[in-house]
Design a protein around this ligand. Structure first.
Ligand code: KIV
Ligand code: ZN
Length: 503
């Protein structure tokens, strides 16, 4: 059995399905390049048949990266496979990932079909994908976690005989227990000839609904799987997918007992995590393993004392191994362009001179308001620059509010190059601002949800606002950040408006 573990990253496909986290093609290319630097073996770049945007992203990512295999997802449908093969035309190494649901729930309720017919459809899809002359065909047995092992082995055997060389065993609903998932992988290794003789390998794909994605993935690896399907920060639908950084660091920390080689450059983990979090506007939970803000923060006196005497007392990993450098230089208004560029590069963000100028200008403005800027602030500025192509822009906002006064807001917007002004009162500063805005933008829109989060600490901190606004029966997700809480909220509202479908 091979002693190499393949990292298959699906941040840009399964990860990107999270509502509100969609990336545009430019952002996807940025993430893909970072994944290449990180050393992932396979990038699942999208599901080309699902939309023209996804198709285009697969095309552009294929052109933008060199070393990783580029993978495109399909259903077991010929037109999907045609779209995938076409979208992959520029990729240096191409993989089609096709498959079908195999659990009784999927067979009965999703396909109204029978077990035998599903095997036939699986075989036909794999053969059709092979006929497209891509480098590799991967087959997924959707909901394999709830598929009985005997039948699953028949499906896998048929898919391998049809030409698939990677077989994905997804725990689609995140239901399996680690022992159960590991036993499933072992059963397949022992009962499918093509796996036992190395014609094909097994891949894990675990969802985190019960918080067991990492444990299940490791159990799969310990029982013979040689590819792991993961996402940065564990992003993904519902409770997410297995997180890349957790698997990489588990294998690194336990290398003596799990002697598998892998290509991930672990020192690039932290910058990649921050980049994905910033571009997807998806905060990383503070106590998230490996990349959470508190992952290496020792707060109790006993722990601090121990770590100061010798870091090995309470640290099982060196923070530097995941790319957290100690000399996290604090940036201030006196920092120059070169220092800012250096910080951006160490956070995994490449900028051209024009972008650097724009980000530097925004940096100086923010540094005037907030004396010291940390990595989160810098990522936020870089993220705001990437998303800067906007139809509606907030030029100015003036608000009077407080106890015993009627809140009033005056707003100036730039709409497609034209300036508009309006003023309104409201029951609070945000209500007044949105009412003023609605005098300019005449679309029926309702604020559904909002969250406000401080980036670090201190009353001078930058706040991030995530918002959900409904328009025409659709929900739009927006993001804004500023040291002023009302401005950040209005920016988030405008971010939603900029995403509305044209009337
Ligand atoms: O979770 C899942 O089953 C998937 C497949 C489409 C691979 O994402
Ligand atoms: Zn999935």
């Amino acid at each position: 059995m091979s002693d190499r573990l393949i990292f298959f990253d699906t941040t840009l496909r399964d990860g990107e399905q999270v509502p509100g986290c969609q990336l545009n093609t430019i952002e996807k290319i940025e993430v893909a390049r970072q994944l290449e630097q990180l050393g992932v073996d396979v990038i699942e770049a999208g599901f080309p048949a699902s939309s023209p945007g996804d198709f285009n992203s697969v095309v552009e990512i294929s052109k933008a990266v060199t070393w990783p295999v580029i993978c495109a997802l399909t259903r077991a449908v010929e037109s999907d496979i045609d779209a995938a093969a076409q979208a992959l035309q520029y990729a240096r190494y191409k993989r089609i990932h096709t498959g079908i649901g195999t659990s009784d729930e999927h067979i009965r309720y999703k396909f109204n079909s029978t077990r035998e017919e599903i095997i036939e459809r699986a075989v036909a899809a794999v053969k059709y994908a092979v006929s497209k002359k891509v480098d590799e065909v991967e087959f997924y047995a959707e909901d394999a976690g709830r598929t009985d092992n005997e039948y699953l082995a028949r499906v896998v055997d048929a898919a391998v005989k049809a030409g698939a060389t990677i077989i994905n065993i997804p725990d689609t609903t995140g239901y399996c227990l680690p022992d159960e998932y590991g036993a499933k992988i072992r059963y397949l290794m022992e009962h499918v000839d093509g796996l036992a003789n190395g014609k094909a390998i097994l891949s894990t794909h675990c969802h985190n609904d019960l918080g067991m994605a990492t444990a299940n993935t490791m159990s799969g690896v310990l029982n013979g799987a040689r590819q792991v399907e993961v996402t940065v920060n564990g992003v993904g639908e519902r409770a997410g997918n297995t997180s890349l950084e957790e698997i990489a660091m588990i294998i690194k920390c336990h290398h003596a007992t799990i002697p598998l080689d892998f290509n991930i450059k672990t020192t690039r983990i932290y910058p990649t995590s921050r980049m994905v979090s910033s571009l997807m506007s998806m905060p990383v939970q503070f106590n998230k393993a490996i990349v959470g803000r508190n992952a290496f923060a020792h707060s109790s006196g006993i722990h601090q004392d121990g770590v100061l005497k010798n870091s090995q007392t309470y640290e099982i990993m060196d923070p530097k191994d995941v790319g957290l450098d100690d000399n996290n230089i604090v940036m201030t208004a006196r920092s120059g362009r070169a220092a800012l560029k250096h910080r951006l590069v160490s956070l995994g963000i490449k900028v051209d001179p024009k972008q650097l100028d724009r980000i530097y200008e925004a940096f100086l403005k923010l540094a005037d308001k907030k004396k010291e800027l940390n990595d989160d602030d810098i990522l936020m500025l870089a993220g705001a620059d990437t998303a800067a192509i906007k139809h509606v822009k907030l030029d100015s906002l003036q608000v009077t509010t407080g106890k015993g006064v009627t809140p009033i807001a005056a707003i100036r917007l730039n709409v497609a190059g034209e300036e508009f002004e309006a003023a309104s009162t409201g029951n609070g500063p945000l209500d007044a601002s949105i009412k003023a805005l609605k005098q300019i933008i005449h679309r029926k829109m309702t604020l559904k949800e909002m969250t406000i989060q401080a980036l670090s600490k201190g009353s001078d901190d930058v706040c991030k606002v995530h918002m959900q606004v409904e328009n025409d029966g659709h929900l739009y997700y927006g993001f804004g950040s500023d040291t002023d809480i009302v401005t950040a909220s209005v920016e988030a509202y405008i971010d939603c408006i900029n995403k509305f479908k044209p009337q």
